[in-house]
Design a binder for this molecule. Structure first.
Ligand code: GDP
Ligand code: MG
Length: 178
């Protein structure tokens, strides 16, 4: 692409998947509005938000974010959201082994039914609750590595690693080929 100085406006469709209560909506709210609302409401069905970030070389990336509900009764709707997504962010709660199991279910579902070039990130959220941790960080690292996923632990509460998640290498890889 020449000297690399051309301004580009890119769009990235991103979907968040994971058990109800792991903090998906709080992650999105933190990224888009810079806020944490401890009284945030349960997502019904799915919700849509977008956020544009500027990269160094005058490229902008508009994230079109689909935040899904996570409850069993909406599981059959998930393909509507992950189909055509460039990035899938699978979230679990580091204090909940059940949510880590559920994350693995979503990874398998994406491997079976998602597009073959989808970029997947595994996110252990609620890293601020380290004293209540029940999922060792190494378990997340190992699972992500085995499945070719980017891995990061975040806290929507403290904002730790939230921008890093959206600006991560995996997402940069997607952006570079658009
Ligand atoms: P979702 O169902 O995955 O969208 O989860 P929500 O975003 O609605 O969050 C579920 C609950 O977890 C809420 O009570 C949040 O306040 C709380 N929560 C979300 N993220 C964090 C976090 O990083 N740390 C802590 N301590 N609580 C969080
Ligand atoms: Mg939600």
């Amino acid at each position: 692409s020449g000297g690399g100085h051309d301004a580009k406006n890119l769009r990235v469709k991103l979907v968040l998947l994971g058990d109800s209560g792991v903090g998906k909506s709080c992650i999105v709210l933190r990224f888009v509005r810079g806020q944490f609302d401890p009284t945030s409401k349960v997502t019904v069905g799915a919700s849509f938000l977008s956020q544009t970030i500027a990269l160094q070389d005058s490229t902008t990336v508009k994230f079109e974010i689909w935040d899904t509900a996570g409850q069993e009764r909406y599981a059959s709707l998930a393909p509507l959201y992950y189909r055509g997504a460039a990035v899938a962010v699978v979230v679990y709660d580091i204090t909940s082994p059940e949510s880590f199991n559920k994350a693995q279910y979503w990874v398998k579902e994406l491997q079976k039914h998602g597009s073959s070039d989808i970029v997947m990130a595994l996110v252990g959220n609620k890293a601020d609750l380290n004293e209540q941790r029940k999922v060792p960080v190494q378990d997340g690292i190992d699972y992500a590595e085995k499945n070719g996923m980017f891995f990061i632990e975040t806290s929507a509460k403290t904002a730790d690693n939230i921008n890093e998640l959206f600006e991560c290498h995996a997402i940069s890889d997607v952006v570079s080929v658009l």
